[in-house]
Design a protein around this ligand. Structure first.
Ligand SMILES: [Zn+2]
Length: 429
């Protein structure tokens, strides 16, 4: 089942058990033009293991971060909801830590300065570290001091030699993405003032499991954390988590507050014991819980493929809605090619006329739906399913229906009302 050479990147135990094996896939967010369809596509295993000793859930490493991040990254500032979340966080933390113009804030993975801008507006000195060139350049243009590098040994040494130590270090959505996690944690500790704190946000493994969000697994994310595991990993570096909260971003994340182990001024809140007890009850220290998730992922695929096959064999048509990263992962895992699905509709004009890498589904504007009148639409962005079904309710004009595959196979009419009879046979989870 496991590769004998793989070992846990935290405790060194051989990795033998699969958490989710999503096959061999091209990198997500890659879209092909028609003349690229007959060329060989670089593909990499997307196989996530869990450690039977420390329970760290981790991807078999196959792609280097340099391949993913060096030149391209999303501009975080492009989402309004996200900016509001950032501003609220900045105001809260400035207040909680009493940050002022004599303080120092450091952010690893600072993107285009979407978050640090809320500190500079209040004259609080900041430093951003960001490897992707396009967004780092943009941050610098906006007057946010940014080091355009990976957070590696050289970057760390440069900061140390300049005497930079921080009152607040922000590491959001980064602890999942840095393969050398021990170095990252050690480095953050080195840069933290004795009284300073680190806040980290990351997609919460418990949400991924409870809501079957396995399509969020990607080559960019090496680690999938429960609270108990990240707490242990930080403790090994002399860092203590003293508070935690659940936040809605990225389909359900945790925000943890971290300090030096010997900084006893900040005492642990009740939230720490509560979340650990909750995870223990949910089976996070039992192999069986992880293995049952692995089976659930496989069942999700079988149920979808059965349904698509049934639709196709009865001469009806189906398309998918959404050509985003999660759709890429999911459709490639289920191997949904043009024999099972006609095309994908997506609102992003940059994707129109292109093909999803791997499965080669063509991508069109949603206008195509009116033209082709499909019998079914598989809605892939599950987090906004009602919004999408509402936008596309006109498919009722020709008797069209919606399908959802995650967390489990579901069918809906054009008013967004569930039709249980459509999927009753497949309901096994
Ligand atoms: Zn381990």
């Amino acid at each position: 089942m496991g590769n004998k050479d793989l070992t846990c990147r935290f405790c060194g135990e051989p990795l033998k058990m699969t958490f989710a094996d999503l096959g061999v896939q091209p990198l997500c967010e890659s879209y092909l033009s028609i003349d690229q369809l007959n060329q060989k596509e670089p593909s990499y295993p997307l196989h996530v293991y869990f450690c039977t000793k420390c329970f760290l859930v981790q991807l078999e490493e196959s792609v280097t971060p340099q391949q993913i991040y060096k030149t391209y990254a999303y501009f975080s500032s492009s989402s309004k909801g996200w900016l509001k979340h950032c501003e609220e966080y900045a105001n809260m933390i400035i207040n909680r830590l009493k940050l002022d113009p004599t303080s120092q804030v450091l952010e690893v993975g600072s993107n285009d300065g979407y978050l640090l801008q809320f500190f500079t507006q209040k004259n609080i000195p900041v430093i951003g570290i960001e490897p992707a060139e396009n967004v780092a350049t943009d941050a610098i243009k906006k007057g946010i001091p940014t080091i355009n590098r990976f957070f590696d040994r050289e970057t760390l040494n440069n900061l140390i030699s300049q005497g930079k130590k921080a009152d607040l270090i922000i590491a959001n959505n980064i602890v999942a993405q840095v393969p050398d996690i021990t170095f990252l944690m050690e480095g953050l500790k080195t840069l933290l003032k004795p009284s300073g704190i680190i806040t980290m946000e990351f997609h919460y493994l418990k949400n991924l499991i409870d809501k079957n969000q396995f399509d969020t697994i990607s080559h960019e994310r090496f680690f999938y954390y429960s609270f108990s595991v990240i707490e242990k990993m930080l403790a090994a570096q002399g860092l203590t988590v003293f508070d935690v909260e659940q936040i809605p971003t990225h389909s359900g994340s945790l925000r943890i507050y971290v300090r030096h182990a010997d900084n006893n001024i900040l005492s642990k809140t009740n939230h720490i014991e509560e979340i650990k007890a909750d995870e223990k009850t949910a089976g996070f220290e039992d192999t069986a819980m992880y293995l049952s998730f692995c089976r659930k992922v496989e069942e999700t695929r079988l149920n979808l493929v059965n349904k698509l096959t049934e639709i196709k064999c009865s001469g009806r048509s189906i398309i998918g809605y959404g050509a985003h990263a999660e759709a890429h992962t999911f459709l490639n895992y289920c191997n949904v090619t043009t024999d099972l699905m006609d095309y994908l509709a997506d609102r992003n004009p940059n994707k129109h006329g292109k093909f999803l890498a791997g499965v080669h589904l063509p991508i069109f504007s949603p206008d195509k739906i009116q033209e082709t009148k499909p019998d079914y639409i598989l809605v892939l962005p599950w987090s906004i399913k009602y919004e999408i079904m509402n936008q596309l309710s006109y498919i009722g004009n020709w008797g069209g229906r919606f399908l959802l595959a995650i967390p489990k196979l579901e069918a809906y009419d054009n008013y967004g009302k569930e039709i249980r009879a459509e999927v009753s046979k497949e309901e096994s989870v």
